[in-house]
Design a protein around this ligand. Structure first.
Ligand code: BTN
Length: 238
C-alpha cells in the first residue's frame, strides 16, 4: 500500500471527507489532512477540539479481514503513533498506549485515534482511521509535542513519519496477523497491573488491569480472581 495526501483547510471532520471518497470508490491509502476541523469527533460521540496547529488526518483502508478483526486496526494505529513519536521525542519521555487507542506521553494524552468501519453484508467495505495528534496545542490535562520536546515540530513531518510507521505495522498485521502487533502493543500498555474501573453501557467493572487478550479485549481481574474480558468501554485508572 502507498499513501497519498489531500490537504484541506477547514472541514467539519476529515473522517466524513474520507468516507465520501470511499463511497465513490477511492483507493486504500487516501489520506485527508485538514488544518482545522469544525466538528472534529472522538470516540463515544465526544467532540475533538481541532484548532489550527495540530495534526488532523484520516486514512482510508480496505483491509481483507473479517468484520470481527477490524478492531485490531486500533492497535496497529496506536503503535504507529507511538513509533512515530520515537523519532521526535528523547527516550526520557515515557510513551504508553491506553486501551483501546489513546497515545500517552509522560502519563498525559498526546493523541487520539478513531476507527470507523463500513460493513456491507458482513463484509468489510472500508475502514477510516482518524488520527488527532497534539502538536502545538493541547486541551487541559493533555500534552502537546512542542511542549514535550521543547521544539517547533513540523506537522507535515510528523504526518509523514506516522504514515510510514503505519504502513510498516499494517504490513506486519496483514502478513503475520494480530499476534505480533498485540505483543508490541502489550509492551507499552498503559497502567498494566494497576487498579482500574471500566465503564460500559451494561455497568462498571472494577479490578486489576491484566492486559489484552488475543482479540484485543481488555482483561480485568476482579477481587475474586476471575478474569473479565471487555470488548468496549471507557477505562479509568484508580
Ligand atoms: C479520541 O481520542 O476520542 C479519538 C480522537 C480522534 C480525532 C481525529 S482528528 C482526525 C479525525 N477526524 C475526526 O473528526 N476525528 C479524528
Amino acid at each position: 500500500m502507498k499513501y497519498f495526501v489531500k490537504n484541506m483547510e477547514c472541514v467539519e471532520s476529515t473522517q466524513d471527507e474520507v468516507k465520501k471518497l470511499a463511497e465513490d470508490g477511492d483507493r486504500e491509502g487516501l489520506v485527508i489532512q485538514a488544518l482545522e476541523q469544525s466538528q472534529g469527533r472522538g470516540r463515544q460521540g465526544k467532540k475533538w477540539e481541532s484548532p489550527a496547529g495540530n495534526l488532523y488526518m484520516s486514512l482510508l483502508l480496505r483491509p481483507e479481514c473479517l468484520a470481527d478483526d477490524v478492531g485490531q486496526l486500533a492497535f496497529v494505529s496506536g503503535l504507529a503513533v507511538s513509533s512515530a513519536l520515537d523519532v521526535f521525542l528523547p527516550s526520557t519521555h515515557v510513551r504508553t498506549l491506553k486501551w483501546p487507542n489513546d497515545v500517552m506521553v509522560d502519563g498525559k494524552k498526546i493523541a487520539g485515534i478513531l476507527t470507523e468501519t463500513s460493513i456491507m453484508s458482513g463484509r468489510v467495505e472500508y475502514v477510516v482511521a482518524g488520527f488527532g495528534v497534539n502538536v502545538e496545542l493541547a486541551p487541559e490535562g493533555a500534552i502537546c509535542l512542542n511542549d514535550a520536546n521543547g521544539r517547533e515540530n513540523s506537522v507535515e513531518g510528523l504526518r509523514d513519519t506516522l504514515l510510514e510507521s503505519f504502513l510498516r505495522i499494517y504490513k506486519v498485521w496483514q502478513e503475520r496477523g494480530f499476534a505480533s502487533v498485540r505483543k508490541a502493543w502489550g509492551r507499552q500498555a498503559h497502567g498494566l497491573n494497576m487498579p482500574v474501573k471500566v465503564s460500559m453501557t451494561e455497568g462498571d467493572v472494577v479490578g486489576t488491569y491484566r492486559g489484552i487478550d488475543e482479540k484485543g479485549w481488555f482483561i480485568v481481574e476482579d477481587k475474586n480472581g476471575n478474569s473479565r474480558y471487555i470488548k468496549a468501554g471507557s477505562v479509568f485508572f484508580l
